[in-house]
Design a protein around this ligand. Structure first.
Ligand code: UD2
Length: 384
């Protein structure tokens, strides 16, 4: 039986992974600071982390606590991170400190522990955010190319798409692990730093590192009370409060939504990987959907098709227009195949939503972004 230490294991993905590993006979230890933004100010152990989980409440920058948590550990899964993309653009020191210094401290502890008990592998959670604007091709030329960020004037005019010099709309290209890295948020930059630091130290000390670049993860257990959570949690909270989802831009932006149980399975496959090779892999569903369609499907499955999504025409600084994943490398290297399609995944999500206390349909995040000059545009409130 192997012992796995999950940093951030009390979070959304960590809890799913913990349950899965326990079911498969692993011993699991969790180290988590129980960030108030995610876990509430009381800092309680999440109820779905059972007594069999050895939870250590500590920040990763507390090296002594991490060394202690690493005792007898064979594999580390590094999930702990502050994850609010917009928030990272003004709480810069918090994000760099928590995500970069936290990872540096984790590695110092791993290196200090390796004489007593060397790690077999380290699995690091990263994000599709590191690809930034992504890769596009023109309608007349198949060659993929990177694009500069959309200009403010273009966005003010409500022209949302990337275009070539002749003004023709560019077509988004699925992102592979070889796509250029061009982070556009402090959060994404800190995640790339985590990747690089982990690979560099893993190579230097002979510890294989698997990096999983996650696309838009959703599912039961998503933090509904956290205003910086992913869009499905925000839409879910609004719909439960009888409010329509609000779409930024024109709602036609593409995203790849991957169900959390598929993500947990990908982590499990990475933990069980053998061999010395370090790898970096996209984890997604492999198919993207326009946000407006997703919002309508969620409203329909929640029994509120009358709450038609509203196109606000507003936009967030640094938002990527489209995001599509190529998951062939994960299929080849890990044997990863997504098993939960969007319909089934949304059904599970909706069922879980129905069991939750009514969340606040908070627009705190939008308001806070606006205060910091990171949310733009007038509310047009027209149906898509
Ligand atoms: C970000 C991160 C991603 C992951 C994810 C967490 C980047 C580029 N991406 O992805 O790595 O951490 O966050 O969920 O760093 N939207 C609305 N209405 C709302 C809220 C959002 O239309 O009320 C739009 C938003 O403009 C975007 C899409 O929904 O086009 C998805 O937004 P998100 O915040 O869920 O995630 P995303 O794709 O920015």
């Amino acid at each position: 039986m192997e012992r796995v230490l999950i940093t951030g294991g009390a979070g959304f993905i960590g809890r799913h992974l913990t349950r899965r590993l326990l079911d498969q006979g692993h011993a699991v230890r969790v180290i988590d600071s129980l960030l108030p933004q995610v876990h509430g100010s009381q800092g309680h152990k999440p109820t779905d982390l059972g007594p069999e989980v050895d939870l250590r409440i500590a920040d990763l920058r507390n090296t002594a606590a991490v060394v202690e948590a690493l005792r007898g550990v064979d594999v580390v899964v590094h999930l702990a991170a502050a994850v609010g993309v917009g928030q990272s653009m003004y709480r810069v020191a918090d994000y760099v400190g928590g995500n970069e210094l936290g990872t540096a401290s984790l590695w110092e502890a791993i290196l200090a522990s390796r004489v007593d008990h060397p790690l077999r592998r380290c699995v690091v959670a990263s994000t599709m955010g590191i690809y930034g604007e992504g890769v596009y091709r023109s309608a007349v030329d198949e060659t993929p190319r990177t694009v500069p960020p959309r200009q403010l004037g273009q966005l003010v005019a409500g022209d949302w798409e990337h275009r070539d010099a002749a003004g023709r709309q560019l077509v988004p290209f699925p992102l592979t692990e070889a796509s250029p890295v061009q982070p556009r948020s402090v959060y994404a930059l800190s995640k790339f730093q985590q990747e690089q630091l982990s690979r560099m130290l893993g190579d230097a000390y002979g510890i294989p590192v698997t990096t999983l670049r996650l696309f838009n993860v959703y599912g039961p257990g998503q933090a509904l009370a956290n205003p910086y959570a992913g869009v499905l949690a925000i839409f879910g909270a609004r719909l439960l409060n009888g409010l329509p989802p609000e779409l930024f831009e024109d709602g036609q932006q593409l995203r790849d939504f991957v169900h959390v149980t598929d993500v947990a399975r990908a982590f499990h496959l990475a933990i069980d990987q053998t061999g010395d090779a370090s790898t970096t892999l996209n984890i997604a569903s492999g198919s993207a959907i326009p946000l407006v369609d997703l919002a309508k499907r969620l409203a329909g499955q929640l029994g509120r098709p009358d709450l038609t999504p509203v196109v606000t025409g507003r936009y967030r600084s640094g938002d990527t227009r489209h995001s599509l994943a190529d998951i062939s490398a994960a299929q080849k290297v890990l044997g990863y195949h997504p098993e939960v399609d969007l319909h089934a995944g949304l059904s599970q999500f909706v069922q879980w939503l129905g069991q939750q206390p009514l969340p606040r349909a908070s627009s705190n995040a939008t308001a806070e972004l606006a205060v910091h000059g990171l949310m733009h545009g007038d509310s047009r409130t027209s149906p898509p």
